[in-house]
Design a protein around this ligand. Structure first.
Ligand SMILES: Cc1cc2nc3c(=O)[nH]c(=O)nc-3n(C[C@H](O)[C@H](O)[C@H](O)COP(=O)(O)OP(=O)(O)OC[C@H]3O[C@@H](n4cnc5c(N)ncnc54)[C@H](O)[C@@H]3O)c2cc1C
Length: 413
């Protein structure tokens, strides 16, 4: 039997639940379809030791601020799951768990949504299925000798899963630096392959660096004001970790722990991994961009007379370039037993039978308004603001996208 509902929301992560909150406020009948459980990706697709890199005081959903005892701390995974589940329960979101969406197509003036349980016809669809559904692994991984185990951040839970021996972590964004540190601490010698990255100190002038992003308005910058939107949407996550001590986890910290840094992994030849040289340039670029951002924070504090509230200006040391970095590594020698790909994530729209996905697999949309009438998206990078993919960034995006959806429904009668 075909079921009818005005709007279908796909995904019960925080983005889908925020969409549901604003749909309910406007009395638009809807269902939230979730293939797993509420907060599924936090439950099944993250490693055990992960903590949010956004501080607790910043963690909020519509009508639900963080109200625990440690505003400056960072939630662990079970706490994030509880926070999102509490929101779902409090808002009474009409979530149907265990219902996988297998197809969405446009039929006449509406959408046909096929799920593991049947067919739904609706006038609008909100895609909140996540920006990080699968690991993004370079093709050269297929040339790695079979004797080396390969993992991604998706199937990595902790060091205990890995054989003893050397680990090559590929990618030095938030995921890569966190996994490199954890594996090095476990006694496995780690080599980290470093490409373009975003360096940030955990604290600046006594405040969490994300306080600065928030207060100075960087995170509120709208997508239509960003100079190179494509690039902003593809930016790697900053090298940050959430710890009680508010530790900075940059490449200098990793070098001090004994992690060996090599350049970007360029090719595999005869069982050897070949790395680019030029670490010095890669490091200077990341340092330069960090210093520019800190300069902008200083300028903001000065012009807004906030200098008195924060500590004195400081600059982190430049990233230290190793005396010599290896340009190749023999993957058959046994030195490296495991490769961990921390090379990013991508969305998965295999179930979407509407021609709105570009050749690279990304959704074409303007601030979450997809090119097909009545089709919307939430939770994608810089969807409407720089903070769009973060938990605290969803409220303003979801409100605006659901406003648009409501006017679409009104126009269509
Ligand atoms: C490693 C990592 C660390 C992060 N750290 C932070 C942080 O510190 N602070 C922060 O604010 N943000 C962080 N984020 C970003 C962001 O908050 C999370 O990615 C968050 O999970 C995104 O929420 P979402 O609702 O958009 O997507 P998701 O939480 O991924 O929810 C999408 C849901 O859709 C479901 N789904 C997908 N396809 C289908 C389908 N076909 N049918 C039915 N259901 C489907 C999935 O099961 C999932 O439950 C991090 C992300 C990652 C990957």
């Amino acid at each position: 039997m075909t079921q009818r509902v005005t709007t279908v929301v796909i995904g019960a992560g925080h983005a889908g639940l925020a969409a549901s909150y604003f749909l309910s406020q406007r009395s638009i009948d809807h269902v939230v379809l979730e293939r797993g459980d509420v907060a599924n990706s936090w439950q099944r697709e993250r490693w055990d030791s992960l903590r949010l890199l956004t501080p607790n005081w910043q963690t909020r959903l519509p009508g639900q601020p963080y109200d625990g005892p440690d505003p400056d701390g960072y939630l662990g995974m079970s706490e994030v799951v509880a926070f999102v589940q509490r929101f779902a329960a409090r808002t009474g979101a009409p979530v149907r768990i265990g219902e996988n969406v297998t197809s969405v197509r446009r039929v006449d003036d509406e959408y046909q949504v096929l799920t593991s349980s049947g067919e739904i016809r609706c006038r609008a669809v909100v895609i909140a299925s996540g920006a990080c559904n699968q690991p993004s692994v370079p093709l050269l991984s297929s040339a790695v000798p079979a004797s080396v185990e390969q993992r991604t951040a998706f199937d990595y839970r902790g060091p205990g899963q890995l054989p003893e021996g050397g680990v090559l972590v590929v990618g030095a964004s938030a995921t890569g630096v966190q996994l490199a540190a954890e594996l090095q601490r476990s006694g496995r010698p780690v080599t980290l392959s470093v490409g373009e990255h975003v360096r940030l100190p955990r604290t600046y002038r006594g405040r969490d660096v994300l306080w600065w992003m928030d207060a100075s308005g960087v995170w509120d910058q709208r997508y239509d004001e960003v100079e190179d939107l494509d690039r902003a949407r593809r930016l790697p996550s900053p090298q940050l970790v959430g710890t009680a001590e508010r530790t900075t986890l940059d490449l200098n910290a990793l070098t001090a722990m004994g992690v060996e840094l090599v350049g970007r992994w360029a090719a595999v030849r005869d069982g050897r991994a070949l790395f680019s040289g030029g670490l010095r340039n890669v490091f200077s670029l990341a340092d330069l961009k960090m210093v520019r951002l800190l300069d902008a924070f200083d300028e903001w504090a000065r012009t807004n007379r906030r200098d008195g509230e924060v500590g004195p200006g400081e600059r982190p040391d430049a990233t230290r370039v190793p005396d010599s970095s290896r340009l190749q590594l023999d993957l058959r020698s046994g030195e490296i037993r495991t490769i961990v790909w921390a090379t990013g994530f991508r969305p998965d729209y295999q179930w979407l039978d509407v021609p709105v996905v570009d050749p690279k697999g990304y959704l074409r949309h303007d601030g979450g308004v997809v090119e097909s009438p009545g089709l919307y998206a939430l939770g994608l990078p810089v969807l409407r603001r720089r903070k769009s993919t973060f938990i605290h960034g969803i409220e303003s995006d979801a409100r605006e996208v659901i406003d648009h959806l409501a006017s679409h429904l009104a126009v269509r009668g």
